[in-house]
Design a protein around this ligand. Structure first.
Ligand code: B12
Length: 500
């Protein structure tokens, strides 16, 4: 495809020091690069916009993970986002500015978009990502936003850039909602892409520092590899089921798609050749959801690659045979969502159906083979109370007893748009229907309208979760003191945290 080159600036909105190269933006860069467009990326990871810390630090303070020892070598903090952005825009002179947006960055996105329009000229602004896909009206209603992308962006953005540069009409491009003469033209979402014909995500334009991610207290140059897109499960705290519904309703094709195993292997070689990473991270939601045939090909081929790797999967998919084989070819770690310790609550409210026995058995498999894991847990759900939270603490305690090489992560439930539990929160008056979330997983206070006493309790339990999990029960009276948000509580917390 030959057309005039567009200058495209991506603004990747991500929390302070939240590194890792995003597959979505990488994939968009890749199709534009194929068509010869000029690309730059402005990343918000370097700016402490909310002045409230960052995930790696807070996780270490809450005793979830080890303190990162080498971060100063890989991170430079910048402090004037508007000046830096303005300098980049004036120098690069983009034809179009692209934001990739999830809900927690809505306000920052609008602030930056307004600034661009007011101070830097009438450059076309397009916003894509999960939020405009799930709640398009909210985003398109913003005065500084010209276009939004609903659904996957590879084809719509390519068509937009190519048409724009050829002075062709852009208002009817599938997948885009476009403002024209004071009206919004709402085109249908584009078909979902065929992963096996798509170019690999291109990370060439990202700052090298963003490749570094923490693993066991050390930052490594890591390459994110996706093996699929979408998710076949129905968890009520996740937006994936709603994304699936939107794509089904618009007949866009199947949301949950896998790369062929040959493409996965080819992609790993391609990215290693380009970026020379120290570690591979498989960013798919359920890495071990692959068939035995593909699994065996993966192991055989990865044996030639040999870089250490980790991935995310579900408990159900862990088997002795598979983990042993993976360990032999470089598997170092895995992340598993347990989410809640009460079986009934997990099944009925969170829509996760597995037993605690299964969770214990699978953790034993990991312990026997000598593989560590991050166990992700959430608390502060609707209808939860202290007793239910202790079911989560107690199950984690049993897992920790089986396998000492576990990171027990605990996060507060946040009802992002698109997740089924959000509707329940609205119904129960726990949030206002129009609420737009402006918070991330490291926050220490719930945004739900629980009673003041339960809010306090959540804050205390979030801080002390790992003390309860990892210290013997005779410490519980002291941990109760450590829950308090006062001098006595802080003193006790520090004293107990030092034991771990
Ligand atoms: C992998 C992942 C991560 C990774 C990588 C994040 C990333 N930005 O790539 C990590 C672990 C870092 C992460 C962190 C967080 N994540 Co996350 N994450 C995901 C997950 C599982 C997959 C995302 C993905 O790679 N999809 C595949 C790519 C190809 O799709 P995509 O990114 O959406 O991009 C496509 C389209 O959206 C569109 N598009 C995107 N941007 C743009 C821009 C333009 C201009 C255009 C035209 C199109 C376009 O085109 C892309 C290519 O087709 C999703 C779940 C999901 N199903 O989406 C949650 C999800 C996106 N995450 C979510 C959240 C909340 C977070 C955190 C805030 C968690 C937290 N509480 O801290 C942080 C924020 C960090 C950040 N800025 O991204 C929520 C968002 C909820 C919402 N309603 O907004 C989701 C939906 C999960 C959920 N809870 O429901 N996440």
């Amino acid at each position: 495809m030959i057309c005039k080159k567009a200058k495209v600036l991506f603004i990747y909105l991500t929390p302070y020091k939240k590194t890792g190269t995003p597959i979505g933006v990488g994939s968009l860069c890749s199709v534009l690069k194929d068509d010869g467009h000029d690309i730059k990326i402005f990343d918000t990871a370097f700016y402490d916009l909310k002045k409230d810390g960052y995930a790696d630090k807070i996780r270490a303070e809450r005793k979830m993970s080890k303190k990162v020892v080498n971060e100063e070598y890989f991170f430079v903090e910048k402090n004037n986002i508007f000046k830096d952005l303005s300098d980049m825009v004036k120098k690069f002179k983009p034809d179009i500015i692209c934001f990739s947006l999830i809900e927690s960055f809505f306000f920052i996105c609008i602030q930056i978009a307004d600034y661009i329009k007011k101070e830097l000229g009438d450059i076309k602004i397009i916003v894509g990502g999960v939020l405009p896909t799930i709640s398009p009206e909210i985003v398109i209603n913003e005065k500084s936003i010209d276009i939004i992308c609903v659904g996957e962006g590879e084809i719509p953005l390519r068509n937009l850039c190519n048409s724009m540069m050829d002075d062709k009409e852009t208002k009817n491009i599938k997948g885009l909602w476009v403002k024209k003469d004071g009206k919004v033209i709402r085109n249908k979402p584009n078909d979902l892409v065929d992963l096996n014909t798509l170019s690999y995500p291109c990370f060439d334009y990202f700052d090298e520092k963003l490749f570094y991610k923490a693993m066991q207290g050390r930052l490594y140059k890591m390459m994110n590899i996706a093996t699929d897109r979408g998710c076949p499960f129905q968890c009520s705290f996740c937006a994936a089921p709603t994304l699936k519904k939107i794509f089904d309703k618009n007949s866009c094709g199947k949301y949950y798609r896998k790369y062929s195993i040959e493409r996965v292997i080819e992609q790993i070689h391609y990215q290693i050749e380009k970026h020379n990473p120290e570690f591979i991270y498989f960013s798919s939601e359920t890495f071990l959801g692959i068939s035995d045939k593909d699994f065996n090909i993966f192991v055989k081929e990865y044996n030639k690659i040999k870089l250490p790797f980790w991935f995310q999967t579900r408990f159900e998919t862990v088997t002795k045979e598979r983990i042993e084989k993976l360990k032999d070819v470089g598997m170092m770690w895995l992340t598993i969502g347990l989410e809640h310790g009460n079986e009934e609550y997990r099944r009925d409210i969170l829509k996760r159906r597995y037993t605690n026995k299964l969770v214990l058995d699978k953790t034993k498999i990991l312990a026997d083979i000598g593989i560590g894991a991050s166990i992700n847990n959430i608390m502060g759900f609707p209808f939860e109370n202290r007793e239910l939270i202790f079911d989560t603490i107690n199950l984690n305690k049993r897992l920790w007893e089986i396998n000492n090489n576990l990171e027990c992560n605990i996060f507060l439930f946040t009802p992002y748009r698109g997740c089924e539990l959000r509707d329940i929160c609205v119904k129960e008056n726990l949030i206002n229907e129009n609420n737009i979330i402006n918070t991330t997983l490291i926050d220490s206070e719930t945004i739900l309208n629980f009673s003041e006493s339960f809010k306090k309790e959540l804050k205390g339990l979030l801080k002390t979760f790992n003390l309860y999990v990892k210290l013997p029960e005779e410490y519980y009276p002291d941990i109760l003191i450590a829950e308090k948000d006062n001098e006595e509580g802080i003193f006790m917390f520090n004293k107990l945290a030092n034991i771990l």
